[in-house]
Design a protein around this ligand. Structure first.
Ligand SMILES: Nc1ncnc2c1ncn2[C@@H]1O[C@H](COP(=O)(O)OP(=O)(O)OP(=O)(O)O)[C@@H](O)[C@H]1O
Ligand SMILES: [Mg+2]
Length: 446
């Protein structure tokens, strides 16, 4: 049963809502203002809040501000008589799911409550999935042939046994996460937890409570004490990925933690101590972030005891063939295909490309090549790399032209088979059909 909390200062309106929604099968409780609502929220669990904005005592917007960042907060639907654009904007900014004006239509309200409820369940679930804190030990090797990467690996092996922080930098897709994993696997702490947190995926409040935990009652719906990942990672290794995205306020707290090993849970007043080894990574220009006032210089120096820089693939072309061979093997095993080699023209195309997406892009291209190839040999036509755009930008393709070119090429390489094409492109059949029509291909049904 969906549990609804109706917050409104008008008693007759509360009564009406309660009666009508109960008849529609909802469990409903009511509160006369924000303060009363907070009290109820601490005692009971609700799925959806119907919230009036203008109320004596604590108003709707203040209540929303109080609940912001609370992962377990109910979904909010604003239901107000004073309908102005500004109120609506303020409500949505503060995280309201939807907005309805009085007098409401009961059917409409019921639909919105049901939709909000589904949305709430989905978003909690995806938050949990997103976190995916403990990474399983991956067996992936760091494949290379270049001098540059050989140096990186020997540095990693050298610093792994120390307990000092390590700062990994490199463009997107160069292998920073893999490097962090290998560092941990070569360290004394390899039998102990390796906990990863991606700082780009969480809101500021959520991130703080995720890293440092919170005490019971720290905010609405903080029913239980939650251990932060620094506690979960105690004695082990903590990987802070995309550290450049960490908000300033949290950077200060992290710095204090790194300096003293001590921290407090959100809403707590006890200092706690843990022993974790920190590895941080970013693909952002950290110097630029520092001079732009977005990253603390002192934190940077604290994290950067050892610095690992992974060069982009275009600066180590010797690795391309090695990596291509490695991914060929990986994906021909995965798809049970006996593709054994890469033809010379295909290899030339790989060697000549700029690789803006680095190793990840190479991996994707090889995966597709394995899927596309019908013989034991990967030919040039199975290597789907965009044509090099003109350096002056004059002849540069628009995004749409690139998409067209790419889709038509895959379609042709897949022998006009739509299922196969949509599988390779990772889009559904219907989308593919529409795009093929748009780009003038003949999307015959297969
Ligand atoms: N030298 C390598 N040998 C084998 N696989 C590699 C190598 N470098 C990267 N990879 C693979 O390429 C993919 C991207 O690597 P990874 O996720 O570590 O990159 P990243 O630098 O963390 O990227 P981002 O900045 O986007 O987070 C992964 O599947 C990884 O296993
Ligand atoms: Mg990464």
């Amino acid at each position: 049963m969906i549990r609804v909390l109706a917050v409104d200062d008008e008693e007759p309106f509360r009564r009406l809502l309660k009666r009508e929604l109960a008849r529609k099968g909802f469990y409903v409780e009511a509160a006369a203002d924000g303060g009363e609502a907070l009290k109820l929220l601490r005692e009971k669990t609700f799925d959806v809040i119907l919230l009036d904005i203008v109320m004596p005592g604590m108003d709707g917007v203040s209540l929303m501000e109080k609940m912001k960042g609370d992962p377990a907060a109910p979904i909010i639907i604003v239901l107000t008589g004073k309908a102005t654009v500004e109120t609506a904007v303020a409500a949505m900014k503060n995280g309201a799911y939807d907005y309805l004006t009085k007098p409401y239509k009961l059917d409409e309200l019921v639909i919105i409550i049901n939709r909000a409820y589904d949305y709430g369940r989905l978003s909690t679930k995806s938050k949990l999935l997103e976190q995916e804190l403990v990474r399983k030990e991956s067996s992936a090797r760091f494949v290379y042939k270049s001098r540059q990467v050989a140096d990186v690996i020997s540095l990693i092996k050298k610093i792994a046994p120390t307990d000092s922080p390590v700062f990994i930098q490199g463009e997107s897709g160069t292998g920073k996460e893999l490097a962090a994993n290998i560092l941990w696997r070569s360290s004394k702490r390899r039998e102990l937890p390796f906990i990863a947190l991606n700082c780009a995926t969480l809101s500021e409040n959520l991130m703080e409570s995720e890293i440092f935990g919170h005490e019971k009652g720290a905010f609405t719906n903080a029913y239980q004490t939650k251990h932060g990942i620094v506690e979960v990672a105690d004695t082990g290794t903590l990987f802070l990925d995309e550290i450049g995205e960490m908000p300033m306020k949290l950077q200060a707290k992290l710095l204090r933690f790194l300096d003293s090993g001590e921290f407090r849970r959100v809403g707590g007043n006890k200092n706690l101590t843990v022993d974790v080894r920190v590895i941080a990574a970013t693909n952002r220009d950290i110097r630029g972030l520092i001079s732009g006032g977005l990253f603390r210089e002192d934190l940077y120096y604290r994290l950067n005891v050892f610095s690992v820089n992974i060069p982009p693939l275009r600066e180590r072309r010797e690795d391309i063939e090695e990596l291509a061979g490695y991914f060929l093997l990986k994906y021909s095993r995965k798809f049970s295909k006996s593709v054994a080699a890469i033809a010379r023209p295909a290899l030339d195309a790989l060697m000549g490309y700029r690789w803006p997406g680095n190793v990840r892009e190479l991996e994707n291209i090889m995966e597709r090549a394995v899927i596309l190839s019908d013989s034991g040999l990967i030919g040039r036509e199975a290597i789907l790399i965009p044509d090099a755009p003109a350096a002056d930008g004059g002849g540069q393709l628009s995004l749409e032209e690139m998409e067209k070119d790419y889709i038509l090429r895959v379609f042709k390489a897949a022998g006009g088979n739509q299922s196969r094409t949509s599988q390779i492109l990772g889009i559904d059949r219907k989308t593919l059909y529409l795009k093929l029509r748009k780009y003038g291909a003949d999307p015959k049904t297969d």
